[in-house]
Design a binder for this molecule. Structure first.
Ligand code: BES
Ligand code: ZN
Length: 886
């Protein structure tokens, strides 16, 4: 175990900056191994009032070349410069200008933070603390400055030079083979939003006229030859820009908006002001190369980064504890965009599935933390499902509690009140309190208390009094560092569904009004009584998943089948089937472990039969209902002594049972949905393909030879990537001879396209067979694989660790060993990617004893390794939970 303890950063220790930066003039002379950075900062004392404070600038791996204060070189005894700090103990007690020269090596930057090279392109990634790897700076988001960036480079090495804002000047450097460009960003911004790019890039250009009539140039820069794969990204951008005007009244504010796609990127994309930088996976798409799922994600991420221009950039975060202020809010906005552009119900179900699969798991394990953490060791590890997805749910609850008008008023007030500022969660919530006249004091607990609230609801109908009483109890479980919890404010949307499927009017006995069908639960135990209820209703609770809770209601299997068939809320129709399936699967897992038989529940299968026969349903909704809960969902429900093999078997058996029981209808849908004419990526066509491929998958799950050959044929004749990979995925889960042939064919077809070969890696990583671990290990030596590229690592190794529960959790522990060895090998090069991969072990405590011991031993080997990065060290310490710090 490492002996030096890193000191945590605490929210309560926040102090405004001693020194502010007014302007930054950067002059960056690009060179593959020795890039020279000159930064001229105009500094002035902060509003702290006290005696002039020392100036302490952050650095990370920097080498200082020269330091000039107000035009004069600073004598060596007046400052201390190390790789990670530059201190001037006694700066002048007034505004002054500081010129700092550093030299950096972008080619040696394997962390992909700061200035680095992706292939032959120079690019930057500064969030959260990457700017300090470029120059010494107060690298914190509450220091906002106006940036002017001059970039110089070899003309042939980097013909395109980009930075934030508008280009003001460009030209040749006389007598050299070099040229330069100057960019000016008039908006004050924190350093994490700085970006520059240089290289040989092709560009696709379009225009957008904003609602106030300003003309904006839109450019997407990609590797030359890939221009024709930008159509969908550009179209998504324009739709996102229009949507933000229509729905939030927000307009774009510069004359140009640029997106650059690079191949080496730690995350999905980054919202740098006016110059978004994207993982090319989330830009490039054509029918032959991208699936419907890829189109969907590209649209969402393009929109997300664009939406940050107002929620993140114009109003940024005071400190990194407020990360959810920009991320949770922006995820909420991109979810709403997708819901408006596509099917609201399907988007909601997809978002909730993601929330449960990632955030609920995180919230139930050793890495649980509040939406706004109070303490961190390494901020990179807090870009989590809790900050993002639960953070988005918290914003959604505000909207549900206040209603759409007051919510919009609150947002308008937030934009008006805090534009140009670095804000806090309190300030955000205060805007909604002020705009609606609502006390949101208790609501703040959603930001400070970790853990998923457990809600037990029991309803009882009194036929004599014609009342329906709903008793609701809530409990927030203990999480690391938070043993005791206070009750939450829970907006519980509900309906009481009558026998005819219609919602009964909701009148509370005590005269309280139920606005928009939303019950506000705020006490540990509460009873609500509804009057004038003519006959026993079936309660439909937490409609639309109005609160991110675990709900247990006293519903019988009959009630659930009724809701599955009749509920007017599509989310709860889907949920009813999920609940039925989960109950069955949990029973079957227990039966399998006791050496018994899997039980077929015809109740569930009949409910599904009714769904597939319902011609009024959208095909993608039908596909979601037909998809049983995932292995992780079942594990979460079981909660302890988890046996991934038994879970896999029970789920596989259910899928086969569905395929057999519904074979006729599934074959019918499959044939009916065959597209006539060429592929189109629009949502309606995509929905048809989703259902068709779900049918195929369930049929192949039965191992019927006719289904297997249908998949093999679909693989061969597909004219688009969606149908080709769906067929291959269905085949590759089965040990059939067709699989090897199709996998070889796929590689031969796409060997020159790394993003498609990523799909080939992933498909093999999720094969649920004991030979998969060796296959994955062998693939790490494949010429198309590289540990230096995050997309390759994620598509093969993260997909194995997170997407193949059965083989990652092999009973011999070799899956853990492999992942842990990979983490240790990767850590010195790219700690962020290594730390994320290690978080695959976060649920180790719920495993059955044998696997638990093996996983713990693997984690302890990581903890015992020397020279761990702060990123991996933080994850391993918290995951093991042995050090007492939470
Ligand atoms: N600001 C983030 C990118 C980021 C995350 C930079 C962590 C540095 C550290 C960006 O806005 C983001 O959230 N990207 C997501 C995709 C989004 C659609 C949720 C990502 O990269 O995964
Ligand atoms: Zn974001």
């Amino acid at each position: 175990m490492r002996t030096e303890e890193t000191r945590p950063v605490r929210l309560e220790d926040y102090r405004p900056p001693d020194w502010l930066v007014e302007t930054v003039e950067l002059d960056v002379s690009l060179d593959p191994k020795a890039t020279r950075v000159r930064a001229a900062l105009t500094l002035r004392p902060g509003a702290n009032g006290a005696a002039p404070a020392p100036l302490v600038l952050d650095g990370d791996g920097l080498v200082l070349k020269s330091l000039v204060l107000d035009g004069a070189e600073l004598p060596a005894e007046q400052y201390v410069a190390s790789a990670d700090r530059l201190t001037i103990a006694q700066p002048p007690p007034r505004a002054f200008r500081l010129e700092i020269e550093t030299e950096i090596d972008p080619s040696a930057n394997t962390q992909l933070m700061g200035l680095y090279r992706s292939g032959r392109i120079y690019c930057t990634q500064c969030e959260a603390e990457g700017f300090r790897r470029i120059t010494y700076f107060p690298d914190r988001p509450d220091v906002m400055a106006v940036y002017t960036t001059r970039i110089e480079a070899d003309k042939t090495d980097a013909p395109v030079l980009l930075a934030n804002g508008n280009m003001t000047e460009a030209g040749d450097v006389p007598g050299t083979g070099r040229h330069f460009a100057v960019w000016h960003d008039p908006f004050r911004k924190p350093s994490y939003l700085f970006a520059l790019v240089g290289g040989t890039l092709a560009c696709v250009e379009d225009r957008f006229c904003t609602m106030s009539g300003r003309d904006v140039v839109l450019r997407i820069y990609v590797e030359p030859g890939k221009e024709d794969r930008c159509v969908h990204a550009m179209d998504s951008l324009k739709r996102a820009m229009r949507w933000d005007e229509t729905v939030f009244g927000r307009e774009y504010d510069l004359d140009i908006f640029m997106i650059v796609a690079v191949s080496d990127f730690n995350m999905g994309a980054m919202e740098n002001k006016g110059l978004n930088i994207f993982n090319d996976k989330y830009v490039l798409a054509s029918p032959e190369t991208a699936t419907d799922g890829d189109y969907d994600r590209i649209e969402a991420i393009i929109a997300h980064e664009y939406f940050h221009n107002w929620t993140g950039n114009r109003i940024t975060c005071r400190d990194w504890f407020q990360l959810c202020l920009k991320e949770g809010l922006t995820v909420f906005r991109d979810q709403e965009f997708s819901a408006d552009e596509r099917s609201r119900a399907v988007e909601r179900i997809g978002n909730v599935r993601g929330l449960r699969a990632h955030q609920f798991v995180e919230d139930a394990g050793p890495l649980a933390h509040p939406v706004r953490p109070a303490l961190y060791h390494e901020i990179n590890n807090f870009y989590t499902a809790t900050v993002y997805e639960k953070g988005a749910e918290v914003v959604r609850m505000l909207k549900t509690l206040l209603g759409p008008e007051k919510f919009r008023n609150g947002m308008d007030l937030y934009f008006a009140r805090h534009d140009g500022e670095a804000a806090t969660v309190e300030q955000f919530v205060q805007c909604f309190a002020d705009a609606s006249g609502t006390d949101l004091g208790q609501f703040m607990r959603w930001y400070s208390q970790a853990g998923t609230p457990e809600v037990v609801a029991a309803g009882r109908y009194d036929p004599r009094a014609k009342t329906y009483r709903l008793e609701v109890h809530q409990n927030v479980p203990p999480t690391p560092g938070q043993p005791n919890k206070e009750p939450m404010v829970i907006p519980l949307a509900l309906g009481l569904v009558g026998r005819d499927g219609r919602d009964l009017p909701l009148a509370l006995a005590d005269g309280r009004v139920l606005e928009r069908g939303v019950l506000t639960v705020s006490k540990p135990s509460e009873t609500f009584e509804f009057t004038d209820i003519g006959a026993a209703p079936v309660p439909s609770l937490n409609r639309g998943f109005s609160a991110p809770i675990k709900l247990v209601a006293n519903l019988t299997a009959d009630d659930l089948r009724f809701l599955a068939a009749r509920d007017s809320d599509p989310f709860n129709r889907w949920q009813a089937v999920q609940t039925l399936a989960t109950r069955l699967l949990v029973d079957n897992v227990a039966a399998l472990r006791a050496g018994g038989m899997v039980r077929k529940d015809l109740g569930l299968l009949d409910a599904l039969a009714a769904i597939v026969a319902d011609g009024s349903l959208d095909p993608d909704f039908m596909a979601l209902v037909l998809t049983p809960p995932g292995e992780a969902d079942i594990a979460r429900e079981i909660g302890r002594d988890v046996d991934p093999d038994a879970i896999f078997s029970a789920r596989a058996a259910l899928r086969a049972a569905i395929g057999e029981h519904l074979a006729g209808a599934l074959f019918d849908h499959y044939r009916r949905l065959s597209e006539a004419g060429p592929y189109r990526p629009d949502p309606a066509s995509a929905a048809r393909r989703t259902l068709r491929n779900t049918c195929l998958d369930l049929l192949v799950a039965t191992r019927r030879p006719d289904a297997v050959s249908l998949a093999a044929r679909q693989y061969q004749v597909a004219d688009n990537m969606t149908d080709r990979t769906a067929a291959l995925a269905a085949l590759s889960l089965r040990d059939v001879p067709e699989r090897a042939a199709a996998l070889d064919d796929f590689y031969a077809r796409y060997r020159d396209d790394p993003l498609i070969i990523d799909k080939w890696f992933s498909l093999q990583a999720i094969i649920p067979e004991p030979t998969t671990l060796d296959r994955v290990k062998a693939l790490t030596a494949h010429p198309a694989f590289s540990f230096a590229n995050p997309n390759r690592v994620r598509s093969l190794i993260s997909v194995f660790a997170m997407g193949n529960q059965k083989e990652f959790n092999r009973a011999d522990g070799l899956g853990y060993d492999f992942v842990v060895e990979t983490v240790l090998a990767l850590d010195p090069k790219n700690p962020q990617v290594a730390a994320r991969l290690l978080s695959a072990l976060k649920s180790w405590r719920v495993l059955e004893p044998r696997r638990r011991a093996l996983a713990q031993a693997a984690l302890r080997r990581v903890a015992a390794a020397s020279a761990l990065s702060p990123d991996v060290n933080d994850i391993v310490v918290r995951t093991l939970g042995e050090s007492g710090t939470a």
